[in-house]
Design a binder for this molecule. Structure first.
Ligand code: ZN
Length: 56
């Protein structure tokens, strides 16, 4: 897998730690998280998980 630096992940922010858990399984420290979340260039793994959830 190549570097995912610069990709925009989708995830949910933990309100108690401020860290963001992305749909592709990464943990992004709150201080490194982009806010508000941009949508491009989107992380393909996050997008795939999002699509899979929509289909359920
Ligand atoms: Zn991702």
């Amino acid at each position: 897998m190549g570097s995912n630096k610069g990709l925009v992940h989708r995830g949910s922010k933990s309100w108690w730690t401020g860290d963001v858990k992305t749909l592709c399984g990464l943990i992004i420290p709150g201080r490194d998280a982009k806010s508000p979340w941009l949508t491009s260039p989107a992380c393909p793994q996050c997008e795939a998980v999002l699509e899979a959830r929509k289909r359920k």
